[in-house]
Design a protein around this ligand. Structure first.
Ligand SMILES: Cc1cc2nc3c(=O)[nH]c(=O)nc-3n(C[C@H](O)[C@H](O)[C@H](O)COP(=O)(O)O)c2cc1C
Length: 198
């Protein structure tokens, strides 16, 4: 079986658990080979926001790269990567990608995804968003990136942080066109007899 290669990069925006949850979900899919990069500030936020170490999160990847290794395979468009996800994506990293400023492996890999016209998914986390943030995200959207901010839905009646993480991960796996059974999908209002939550 040819595996689908998915590159997951985590940066220093808040919400490191979104990245962790995606890595955990991908690890369960045998058809996916997970490549990972953690920025210096992603590692720091893991320490501040979770009980997980960078080493434990790195172990969820089949291949792990150093963010400063510009000679890594994923720095080249000649290396086949099927999709790149940056989760969470800091405004700094989004700004760098929007400018083509590929000064580390994460921004270079995103630059490669754009130039090769491969799927690039961004999970930007910041609030409020300045006009500069919005302009960068709009530019990236126009360039072909998909912007999936972690905005929780409430129609599925989340009860826990895990429910919120799972919903966002469901949206990411859907965008990656992977088959999975995560999350609760809307299938019509529950007070209509023929409709119910899946
Ligand atoms: C605790 C903490 C939370 C942060 N949260 C955010 C955030 O939500 N969004 C953001 O854009 N930057 C956030 N930052 C700032 C980034 O970490 C900082 O801009 C960093 O340089 C990003 O670098 P990177 O994109 O290479 O990881 C946060 C920093 C810390 C220490």
């Amino acid at each position: 079986m040819t595996k689908k290669r998915v590159l997951v990069a985590m940066t220093g925006a808040s919400g490191s658990l979104y990245g962790v949850r995606l890595l955990q979900a991908l690890q369960l899919l045998p058809e996916v080979e997970v490549h990972g990069i953690l920025s210096k500030w992603a590692k720091e936020n893991l320490r501040l926001e979770t009980t997980l170490s960078a080493a434990e999160v790195g172990a969820l990847c089949d291949v792990l790269y150093d963010e400063n290794d510009q000679s890594a395979a994923v720095a080249s468009g000649s290396y086949p990567i099927d999709a790149t996800v940056i989760v969470p994506a800091s405004m700094k990293t989004c700004a760098a990608i929007a400018c083509g400023f590929a000064d580390n492996l994460i921004t270079r890999a995103a630059d490669v995804a754009l130039k090769e016209q491969r799927p690039l998914l961004l999970v930007p986390r910041e609030t409020p968003l300045s006009t500069l943030h919005l302009e960068n995200l709009t530019k990236l959207s126009r360039l072909g990136a998909r912007i999936l901010p972690p905005m929780p839905a409430f129609y599925n009646q989340p009860r826990s942080i895990e429910d919120l993480l799972e919903h966002q991960t469901m949206k990411l796996l859907d965008a990656l066109q992977l088959t999975h059974d995560l999350g609760r999908r809307w299938s019509g209002a529950p007070d209509t007899a023929k409709n119910h939550m899946l």
